[in-house]
Design a protein around this ligand. Structure first.
Ligand code: GCU
Length: 418
């Protein structure tokens, strides 16, 4: 427990504090609600085929999420600056080839940068599909690999060196050996490289790089931290597209919890991600907000005001006034592969709400003649449902486990063989 890193400790504290407060955990008290129609334009006209949905309704939904929820992000920089280093054949006891690639966000190598840690199956003969994921802590926590330098960490708003004991401390959540054994690679970035995750940390991250002269805060419809993390996931993809060892047509974007919300927003905007996986992404992610179950918009806005944009603040405890709900965010992934997952004890994230988000998004896949989830009945534990939209709930707490990764690997194998 002591080894757990600061952001997770903070999240755990907030979880339990909020859970003691007035939180709805009684299914019988979930209000009746009607979801906004994923097919109907704001004018009321309903889209009935994939082409018109894609060209007319999809941009409306994207614009709603952009202005009202996550905030607008800058375009891709004209020039990206990558530096490939720490290349090692036969890392992880011979199982992997590893490299670290630094992505510089500014025009010089002096400003903010992120380090992408990439493991590929050792000696792969052709370009391999890759899982890309942002992580909560330094790249050295992803696997027990003495060759990865110890990245610094943030403790109570101050950056300090990480202890050697933190090496591999998140390995359970990444399951790199399983990923490699399935023939895939893993690329990870510490989200703190992009913007550390606390109120007031914006100055340490990339957002100020894009301010207009004299600007000190993002406007109400400009990016919050989640959008900044998502934007950087696309910059990681920019690099992967240049790497001949990577099959960039087959990149799955994975994220857990707040980084699951991030993966959804990145995948919504950037259709280069062929699969998007949201592990226990909860409120502001896959969960239907109108259920009011577990975490609510007011909790997000109170505890994590830096995650979303200014406009999102007006929806605190006003979920029923939102011209969108999570099924619409999820629909933006169609017709690509979408995996939504929950954990039984993670009531704060509202497992049923996450399922219903995925189930109510699924009709959009049908427009593309692809099967999503074809039932509104939540499956039992450990019985994944759905085809190109898949969902599972497993026993246990808010976490990423070997079971979760086993399902994602099966899903990727099925998606990528089609
Ligand atoms: C908190 C927060 C959630 C978030 C989670 C996490 O619990 O309330 O919205 O998903 O942290 O990222 O771990």
């Amino acid at each position: 427990m002591l080894k757990r890193i600061a952001p997770l400790l903070l999240a755990a504290c907030l979880r339990s504090t909020a859970q003691q407060a007035d939180v709805l955990y009684d299914e019988a008290k979930v209000p009746k609600f009607t979801l906004p129609d994923v097919f109907a334009l704001r004018s009321g006209e309903r889209m009935r085929d994939a082409k018109s949905w894609s060209s007319r309704r999809r941009p409306e939904i994207l614009a709603l999420y952009e202005t009202e929820v996550f905030g607008k992000s800058p375009a891709k920089p004209a020039k990206l600056n990558f530096e490939v280093k720490a290349v090692e054949k036969g890392a992880l006891g011979g199982k992997a080839d590893r490299k670290i690639v630094t992505v510089y966000f500014g025009s010089t190598r002096g400003g903010p940068k992120m380090d992408l840690l990439i493991y590929l199956p050792a000696g792969a003969q052709k370009a391999v599909p890759v899982f890309l994921g942002l992580s909560f802590s330094g790249i050295h926590t992803v696997a027990n690999d003495a060759g990865v330098p110890l990245a610094p960490r943030w403790v109570r708003g101050v950056q300090e060196p990480s202890p050697e004991s933190s090496r591999g401390s998140a390995a359970q959540q990444w399951q790199v050996e399983k990923i490699l054994a399935a023939g895939y690679g893993l690329a990870t970035v510490d989200y703190n490289d992009i913007e550390p995750d606390f109120v007031g940390a914006m100055k340490h991250g990339i957002r100020p790089l894009f301010f207009k002269p004299g600007q000190t805060e993002p406007a109400a419809d400009e990016w919050g931290a989640i959008a900044a993390w998502a934007w950087a996931a696309s910059r990681a993809m920019d690099y992967l597209e240049t790497d001949k060892e990577v099959d960039a047509q087959h990149v799955a974007l994975f994220g857990h919890s707040r980084l699951g919300k991030t993966a959804l927003w990145a995948g919504a905007q950037d259709t280069r991600f062929s699969i998007v996986i949201a592990n226990e992404s909860g409120e502001g992610g896959a969960a239907i907000s109108r259920r009011n179950f577990g975490e609510r918009t007011k909790d997000l806005n109170a505890h994590f005001p830096h995650w979303f944009d200014g406009n999102f603040k007006k929806y605190s405890a006003r979920e029923d006034e939102m011209p969108f709900d999570s099924h619409m965010l999820l629909s933006l992934i169609a017709p690509r592969g979408l995996y939504v997952a929950s954990a039984e004890d993670d009531r704060w994230s509202d497992p049923r709400g996450e399922f219903l988000g995925a189930a109510n998004a699924s009709p959009v896949w049908k427009l593309f003649s692809r099967k999503g989830i074809e039932t509104m009945e939540m499956p039992p534990l450990h019985q994944p449902v759905g085809e190109h939209v898949r969902y599972h709930i497993r026993a246990g707490k808010h976490d990423v486990t070997a079971y979760d990764w086993e399902q994602y690997l099966k899903f990727a194998a099925a998606e990528w063989r089609r």
